[in-house]
Write a protein that binds this ligand. Structure first.
Ligand code: GLP
Length: 246
C-alpha cells in the first residue's frame, strides 16, 4: 500500500486528482469508479480545472458510482446523481451515456441492484476506484455487518451514518434510511483503489481499516487484501495510523 501524507485538504485534493488524471491519461477509455461525500469534492474541482485548461479530457471515460440513496430522484439536490452532475459531470466532456449511478427511484430495488452489478461487470469493473471513508469505516454504503456483502445490494443505513449525513439535509429525519451500494466484492474487483481521508474525525477509521484486523465490522479493512491501494490523507486523518505503523 502507498500512503501519501499531505499537509492540508488542498494538497490531499491535488494528490488525489493527480492520481485520477494519470489513470485517464494512461488509458483514455478507462472505467473510473467514483465516490461522493465531502472529501472528494476538492479533487473533482482540480480535475475540472485541468479540463478547462485543456490538459485533461474525459471524452472516452466511462464511470461507475458507488452508491445512491433509495427514494431520491436524480434531480434531488442530495441525490448522488445530482452530486456527480454538479461536482464533475456537468463541467467536463464526459458523455452522459457513459456515466453510471444506481437509480434511487427503481420500483424494485433488488432488481436495480442486479442490473447495476451486471452493468459494472459488463464494463469490466473499475480501473481505478476512488473511495472516501465513513466514520464507522464504511465504504460506498457498505455498513459494518457480520459478513462482507459481495455484489450491489440494498442496505439499511446505520444511525451513525444517518447522523453523519444529516448535515446535508434539513434534519436527520429527512435522510433516507436505505441506499443501494456496490458490494465489497464489486469494489475489490477494481484494479486500483484510491482512498481519500481528511480531518481528525477519520483518524480512528483510517487506523482500524489499515492496521486493525480484517473484519466486516470495519468494512474498509478488506482493503488490506487488495494488491493496489493508495491512501491519501492529511496529517490529522493519518495520525493514528502513523502511530501504530511507526
Ligand atoms: C457517504 C458515502 C461514502 C462516503 C462517506 C464519507 O456515506 N456513501 O461513499 O465515503 O459518506 O463522506 P465524507 O467524505 O463527507 O466524510
Amino acid at each position: 500500500m502507498r500512503i501519501y501524507q499531505e499537509k492540508d485538504y488542498n494538497a490531499v485534493s491535488r494528490r488525489a486528482a493527480s492520481i485520477i488524471a494519470a489513470q485517464v491519461v494512461s488509458k483514455p477509455d478507462c472505467v473510473l469508479g467514483l465516490a461522493t461525500g465531502s472529501t472528494p469534492v476538492g479533487a473533482y474541482q482540480q480535475l475540472v480545472k485541468w479540463y478547462e485548461q485543456g490538459d485533461l479530457s474525459f471524452a472516452q471515460v466511462r464511470s461507475v458510482n458507488l452508491d445512491e440513496y433509495c427514494g431520491l430522484a436524480p434531480d434531488h439536490d442530495q441525490s448522488y446523481r445530482y452530486f456527480m452532475q454538479t461536482n464533475l459531470f456537468d463541467h467536463v466532456d464526459i458523455a452522459a451515456g457513459n456515466t453510471n449511478v444506481p437509480s434511487g427511484l427503481a420500483a424494485d430495488p433488488a432488481e436495480e441492484c442486479r442490473r447495476y452489478e451486471a452493468a459494472v461487470a459488463a464494463l469490466g469493473y473499475a480501473d481505478l476506484q476512488l473511495l472516501g471513508l465513513g466514520r464507522n469505516g464504511h465504504i460506498g454504503f457498505n455498513e459494518p455487518c457480520d459478513e462482507f456483502p459481495l455484489a450491489t445490494h440494498l442496505v439499511d443505513l446505520t444511525p451513525s451514518t444517518i447522523e453523519a449525513n444529516a448535515r446535508f439535509f434539513a434534519s436527520a429525519g429527512d435522510v433516507p434510511k436505505q441506499a443501494l451500494t456496490m458490494g465489497i466484492g464489486t469494489i475489490m474487483k477494481a484494479r486500483k483503489i484510491l482512498v481519500v481521508a481528511n480531518g481528525a474525525d477519520k483518524a480512528d477509521a483510517v487506523a482500524k481499516a489499515f492496521a486493525g484486523p480484517v473484519t466486516p465490522s470495519m468494512p474498509a479493512s478488506i482493503l488490506q487484501l487488495h494488491p493496489d491501494v493508495t491512501l491519501v490523507g492529511d496529517g490529522s486523518a493519518l495520525a493514528k495510523l502513523m502511530e501504530v505503523k511507526g
